[in-house]
Design a protein around this ligand. Structure first.
Ligand SMILES: Nc1ncnc2c1ncn2[C@@H]1O[C@H](COP(=O)(O)OP(=O)(O)O)[C@@H](O)[C@H]1O
Ligand SMILES: [Mg+2]
Length: 346
């Protein structure tokens, strides 16, 4: 199997000899979606309503907000629990490979198709298929997906006869699909079909008390993992955690706490252990300045390459438009070139 394929499939597990790509969730350890904020409580209740149905679900959220986790939770809470949960990162595969991976192919359908091969939809039969970064799917894949959603059948590449498949589809995106629709990169009929049930995961910075709840959760988890008696955060660290914008959301917080636990030399996790880059300069100012400078350079470079197109620049930086706009505001970069809109409105 090409290396790329295994990279695109999350948490791979050996199945069918060398084909490494699906994950069947263990019943006994579903990972918890932590959060008691109003926003997360609302999300929990939506999730519980939607999960037991067979409805297609669209998950929208910035990178690191927990889209994977939510997709898995929906599967776990559905009657499909115990059946395959197949996660595919649509952005990690070249177009042709993605189509073949998802829908399968007939022997000889293209150079390199040496045997008949079932696709991931068939592997997900009875269970759930999670299409992450759906905005990256080619128009060809989009039309096959639409056909599947309408008819419940797929066609392997190079075959004429359709095959019935019973898989629930969950999609996720971290960027605004409306722009892709306008620019004809995403089929509008598929877009309207997918967005019927959309679950929005709020960015971490809008979740109030959840930030500390999660920080505590990760502190305990990593103290146990690394066998270090890190008992609490100092007040300075707590203040900093609450103040940071967490552009990378829960993932960034998780990594910051993990790193801090590893580096922490006493029982109290302090501000300096956390190394949160956007804190007001204090102690490690040169380090923070360097990070800010680098970040600004990357933003400018991406905007330059995209000729000011914010959507494309954001995609190349693996962030969404809102995140990029926030950075542009922070660094005072004008969005005037974007799609010819007037200054300040881009
Ligand atoms: N509400 C949450 N509770 C606990 N862990 C979370 C939560 N949200 C995200 N995480 C953790 O943060 C990391 C990033 O989440 P992930 O689902 O991969 O985000 P996304 O798919 O949106 O980029 C993962 O390690 C995940 O387990
Ligand atoms: Mg993800």
């Amino acid at each position: 199997m090409p290396k790329l394929v295994s990279k695109a499939i999350k948490e791979p597990r050996e199945r069918r000899g060398s084909r490494v790509r699906t994950v069947v969730l263990k019943k006994d350890c579903p990972q918890e979606l932590i959060g008691t904020s109003e926003q997360m409580a609302a999300l929990h209740s939506q999730m519980r309503q939607v999960a037991p149905t067979h409805a297609t679900v669209m998950i929208y959220g910035e990178s690191g907000t927990g889209k994977d986790l939510l997709a898995r939770a929906i599967h776990e809470l559905s009657p499909r629990q115990g059946k395959p949960f197949v996660a595919v990162d649509c952005g990690a595969l070249p177009e042709t490979l993605l189509e073949s991976e998802l829908f399968g192919h007939k022997k000889g359908a293209y150079t390199g198709a040496l045997t008949d091969e079932a696709g991931l939809f068939q592997e997900a039969d009875g269970g759930t298929i999670f299409l992450d970064e759906i905005a990256s799917a080619s128009l060809g894949v989009q039309s096959k997906l639409l056909h599947f959603l309408q008819e419940g059948e797929i066609r392997r590449i190079g075959e004429n006869q359709p095959r019935k498949v019973n898989a629930r589809v969950i999609c996720a995106t971290n960027r605004d699909l409306e722009d892709d629709v306008k620019e004809k990169r995403f089929r509008s009929d598929l877009y309207y079909r997918l967005k019927v049930i959309t679950l929005k995961i709020p960015p971490l910075r809008e979740r109030g008390g959840d930030i500390l709840l999660l920080a505590e959760h990760f502190r305990k988890a990593y103290s146990a993992k690394y066998d270090k008696p890190v008992r609490r955060f100092t007040r300075g660290a707590i203040k900093a955690i609450l103040k940071s914008p967490w552009i990378g959301n829960v993932r960034e917080l998780q990594h910051a706490v993990e790193r801090a636990v590893v580096l922490c030399q006493g029982q109290h996790l302090d501000l300096v252990d956390l190394e949160i880059p956007t804190l007001p300069a204090k102690g490690k100012s040169r380090y923070r300045e360097a990070i800010e400078t680098k970040r600004r350079e990357l933003v400018e470079m991406a905007l330059g390459e995209s000729h000011g197109n914010i959507t494309r620049a954001a995609a190349s930086l693996s962030m969404d438009r809102t995140q990029l706009r926030r950075l542009m505001m922070r660094y005072g970069i004008q969005g005037s070139m974007s799609k010819g809109r007037p200054k300040g409105k881009a």
